[in-house]
Ligand binder design. Structure first.
Ligand SMILES: [Zn+2]
Length: 500
C-alpha cells in the first residue's frame, strides 16, 4: 500500500496531511498511553467549514424523507433532497460520477488515478424513520424544522443518517476545492430505504458494484460512534466500531382456542396459551455467546471497574461468570446473545367473545454464531407444539461475518479515529441493529461501522426517538474525520507506510 503522495495537483491536501501528522498511536491504550491521550487535542483539518456543515445538515433535515414499513414514501421529497445535494455541492456534482438506482438510491464515484488499487466505500442513507404520531409536541425543535437550539442540531435524521452523509459530502467538497484527486477510487453510497431493509437502494447498488468486479478495500458505514457515559462503569469515551452486525428474523406465533361466549370460559383460551408462550420465551433466552463481545472486552478490560475488569481481561476463562453479570444490563446482554422480544400482539374483537386465535410477532436479533435456523429451533423447543410458529417472509437476515481488527484497513480507520477523538478508547463491537453495509459483506473483507459523532445518554435516546440531534460543536470534527480518512486511505500512501 505504500504509494507515492496521493492527493493533489496543488499539494495542498498533502500538506494538510503532513501538517496534521500521522500518529502511529495506541489502538488499545493502556494506563500510561491513555493519560497522554487525554491531553491531546483533536487534529482538526485546517479550513474545514463547520458552519457550512451545520447549514447543510439543517437544510437536509427539512426534507421529510420518511419511508414507511409498507415501502411507500413521497417521491418528490426525495427528488428535492437529491437536488439539494446537487445545489450545495457544485464540485461534487461537476467532478464525481452520479448514478441513480431505483429513482432515489445514490452512488457517487470519485475515480482514483490508480486503477490497480481497491477502492474504499463510504456509506450513509438519506431516508429516515417517521416521527411517532402524538410525539411531535415533545420535540424541543420541530422534527423537520432543521433548527439549532442550545448548540444542538435537532431533527429526524440528524444522526441517522443525514449527519454522516453531509459530513462525507463536506469532506469531498473540501478536498475538491483544493484540487485533490485520490489515487484510490472513493465510492459514496446513500440508500433511500435503509430503514426498511435497503432492498431497493443499497442492496441494488452493492449488487451492481459486485457485478462490475469492484472489491472494496474497506467499507465504512453508520453503526458505531464515540459513546460517552453509555457503557456502565467506563468513564472514558469509547469509540465503538462495528466489526459485525446482528441478523434478524420475525416470527409470528399463533395460538388457537375454542370460540364462544365469555361467560363460561374454558380452562385454556387462545390468549392464555399465547401468553404462556410469551412468558416461556422471556424465561428461556437463547444461550449467550461471550465470543461475540470478546474483542470489545479485551479493548475495554483496562477501563472496566473492579472484578468485571479483571474478568474481562480473560474472557475465555471467565465466560460463564461474565455472561451472568452482563445479563443484568440490557445493553451488554444484547451484545452477548440473540434477543427475542414480542412487538405486535393481536387477538379478540369484542369484550364478551372468546377469540379463536391470538397471535404475537416476536422480533429476534441474531448474534453472529447463531443462525435464523438455530434460533427458530430454540423458540420451537421452548414453546412446544401448542402454538404455531411462522417465519414472516421478507424479514430474515443472517448475522454478518466479523471484519478484521488486525488488518491495514482497521489500522487506517482507527488511526483517524484516534486523531479526531484522542481521549477515546477504540473498541470493536457487534452492532445490535442492522445497516446497509451488510450488503457489502460478501465482497469486501473489512466492513466497519462508525460515525464520527459523540453520543451521550441523551443523544442515544434520540436515535429513532424523540429529540434526535447532533451537537453543533462536533461539526468540524465530523468533517475532518472524513477528510483525513480519504486523505490517508485513498490518498497518501507515504503517510500510511510511515505508520506501520
Ligand atoms: Zn441509519
Amino acid at each position: 500500500m505504500s504509494k507515492k503522495v496521493i492527493v493533489g495537483a496543488t499539494g495542498a491536501v498533502a500538506a494538510v496531511g503532513v501538517a496534521i501528522g500521522w500518529r502511529a498511536s495506541k489502538r488499545y491504550p493502556n494506563g500510561d498511553g491513555d493519560r497522554k491521550a487525554q491531553k491531546r487535542a483533536p487534529l482538526l483539518v485546517e479550513g474545514v467549514n463547520a458552519e457550512r456543515f451545520v447549514e447543510a445538515l439543517c437544510e437536509a433535515i427539512t426534507f421529510p424523507t420518511v419511508v414507511l414499513d409498507d415501502g411507500t414514501y413521497e417521491t418528490d421529497v426525495f427528488d428535492r433532497f437529491a437536488s439539494m445535494l446537487v445545489r450545495r455541492y457544485p464540485r461534487i456534482s461537476a467532478e464525481l460520477e452520479r448514478e441513480v438506482f431505483n429513482q432515489h438510491g445514490l452512488l457517487f464515484t470519485w475515480e482514483g488515478t490508480d486503477p490497480d488499487l481497491d477502492p474504499i466505500v463510504l456509506m450513509a442513507h438519506h431516508d429516515v424513520v417517521p416521527v411517532e404520531k402524538g410525539t411531535e409536541e415533545d420535540w424541543i425543535a420541530p422534527p423537520f424544522g432543521g433548527t439549532v437550539v442550545d448548540g444542538k442540531i435537532y431533527g429526524r435524521g440528524a444522526l441517522d443518517c443525514k449527519g454522516p452523509l453531509i459530513a462525507i459530502f463536506e469532506a469531498i467538497e473540501y478536498l475538491l476545492e483544493r484540487d485533490a484527486s485520490p489515487e484510490r477510487t472513493v465510492y459514496v453510497v446513500s440508500g433511500h430505504d435503509e430503514e426498511i431493509g435497503g432492498r431497493n437502494g443499497a442492496q441494488v447498488i452493492a449488487h451492481e458494484l459486485r457485478t462490475r468486479g469492484v472489491t472494496p478495500w474497506f467499507v465504512v458505514d453508520e453503526g458505531g460512534a464515540v459513546v460517552d457515559g453509555v457503557l456502565r462503569g467506563v468513564s472514558a469515551p469509547v469509540a465503538l466500531v462495528g466489526i459485525a452486525e446482528k441478523g434478524f428474523v420475525n416470527l409470528k406465533l399463533t395460538a388457537h382456542g375454542e370460540g364462544g361466549h365469555s361467560s363460561v370460559p374454558p380452562h385454556g383460551t387462545a390468549i392464555l396459551t399465547l401468553a404462556s408462550a410469551i412468558v416461556a420465551l422471556e424465561a428461556n433466552p437463547v444461550p449467550a455467546r461471550i465470543d461475540a463481545i470478546r474483542p470489545m472486552l479485551t479493548a475495554l478490560s483496562d477501563h472496566l471497574p473492579g472484578v468485571v475488569g479483571a474478568l474481562a481481561s480473560r474472557p475465555a476463562a471467565a465466560a460463564s461468570l461474565l455472561s451472568r453479570v452482563f445479563a443484568r444490563d440490557v445493553l451488554m446482554d444484547a451484545l452477548q446473545r440473540t434477543t427475542m422480544v414480542p412487538t405486535i400482539i393481536e387477538g379478540g374483537v369484542k369484550a364478551n367473545v372468546l377469540p379463536q386465535s391470538a397471535s404475537v410477532v416476536v422480533n429476534l436479533r441474531i448474534i453472529p454464531g447463531d443462525t435464523s435456523e438455530t434460533v427458530v429451533d430454540h423458540v420451537r423447543s421452548v414453546i412446544g407444539e401448542s402454538v404455531d410458529t411462522e417465519i414472516l417472509p421478507d424479514f430474515v437476515r443472517e448475522p454478518s461475518e466479523f471484519s478484521r481488527i488486525d488488518s491495514d484497513a482497521w489500522e487506517t480507520l482507527t488511526g483517524v479515529i484516534d486523531e479526531m477523538f484522542p481521549s477515546a478508547i477504540v473498541a470493536p463491537w457487534v452492532l445490535v441493529g442492522a445497516t446497509d453495509s451488510w450488503f457489502f459483506e460478501s465482497f469486501s473483507r473489512d466492513v466497519y461501522r462508525f460515525s464520527p459523532f459523540v453520543l451521550d445518554e441523551e443523544g442515544r435516546g434520540g436515535y429513532h426517538g424523540t429529540n434526535e440531534f447532533v451537537r453543533e460543536d462536533g461539526a468540524g470534527r465530523a468533517v475532518s474525520f472524513f477528510v483525513r480518512l480519504i486523505v490517508v486511505a485513498a490518498g497518501t500512501g507515504d503517510v500510511l507506510s510511515g505508520s506501520s
